[in-house]
Design a protein around this ligand. Structure first.
Ligand code: CO
Ligand code: CO
Ligand code: CO
Length: 306
């Protein structure tokens, strides 16, 4: 699988039983604490392997650091955060590269493995599939409130932990179910990713906005207008594919377009197993997991939000 069919990661078949998954991701700090930033950047980079249904095995650090202006101790904490997250994921750090840069950036290139027959792409949804989301939405909005100095210490801590949470357990659990398609939520927001999953496909999606897990404070902050520019960009790009029922207010719409950092998995699973999958996810600690919608044969290439 290559550039002709962009997915969460590249996949290369090595033998009939083994395919290699490769992905790379890095970004500028999303939280003030360097150790937690390292964890979040690593969880985010590893996520694309999980979204393909794979298991990450090795990783390399990517670092851009303003060595003349910033204390090297900050970089040590970032790298420690990344390393601890890799250890948690059972991933071995095998190298890396650093450059001097005005703007601090950190991330990983990750290699994982999967059986070639079990690769989960974004594009294999089937009519009737139920759509499951495994993490609450609203991190972009909360991070905007954090930058504005308006977020409480409690919500900062909760959202930091949410972003640093690996999608490993969710990926492992979904491996035992008839899952047809999967991706992870990032900067394009929930609706951006759903739009991608159905574009050029003979399907539509019906979303139930009341079932979608949302960070409660994100509703308050969005109501105060603390919506990041990326959410407006996502809306501009994809609103032509989305029909909102009159009952879905503007705040909820903004949250569904909100760009996420290290968001959850978006899973399309065979209808009759969806309830069981969500129950197992919740039972094993992924409490926010919920069935948020379904794949419809009609209307094609449209997302209807109720
Ligand atoms: Co992805
Ligand atoms: Co990515
Ligand atoms: Co995928």
């Amino acid at each position: 699988m290559g550039l002709d069919r962009a997915d969460d990661a590249g996949v290369y078949k090595v033998t009939d039983d083994i395919a290699m998954i490769q992905t790379v991701d890095f970004f500028t700090p999303v939280v003030d604490d360097p150790y937690w930033f390292g964890q979040i950047a690593a969880a985010n980079a590893l996520s694309d392997v999980y979204a393909m249904g794979g298991v990450p095995k090795t990783a390399m650090n990517l670092v851009a650091f303003p060595i003349k202006e910033m204390d090297i101790a900050i970089l040590r904490q970032i790298i420690q955060g990344g390393l601890d997250k890799m250890t948690e994921a059972g991933v071995v750090l095998v190298g890396g590269h650093s450059v001097e840069d005005k703007e601090l950036k950190y991330g990983l290139s990750v290699t994982g493995f999967i059986h070639p027959d079990r690769i989960l792409t974004k594009k294999d949804l089937k009519a009737g599939d139920r759509i499951i989301l495994t993490k609450s939405l609203g991190t972009g909005i909360v991070n905007t409130a954090v930058k504005g100095g308006l977020a409480s210490a409690d919500v900062i801590q909760r959202v930091t932990r949410l972003m640093a949470t690996l999608n490993r357990d969710a990926a492992h659990i979904m491996g035992h179910y008839p899952v047809h398609a999967c991706t992870d939520i990032t900067g394009f927001g929930l609706l951006g990713h759903l739009a991608e999953m159905i574009s050029d496909m003979p399907f539509g999606i019906r979303l139930m906005s009341q079932e979608i897990p949302i960070i409660p404070e994100a509703v308050d902050y969005a109501g105060m207008g603390l919506v990041p520019a990326g959410a407006y960009k996502n809306r501009e790009f994809r609103e032509c594919m989305v029909d909102f029922a009159p009952s879905v207010d503007r705040i909820v719409q903004d949250i569904l377009f909100d760009p996420q950092t290290s968001g959850g998995l978006l899973i399309g699973v065979q209808k009759d197993k969806a309830g069981e999958l969500v129950a197992e996810l919740q039972e094993k600690g992924i409490q926010e997991a919920a069935i948020i919608g379904e794949v419809m044969a009609e209307p094609e290439e449209r997302i209807v939000v109720h």
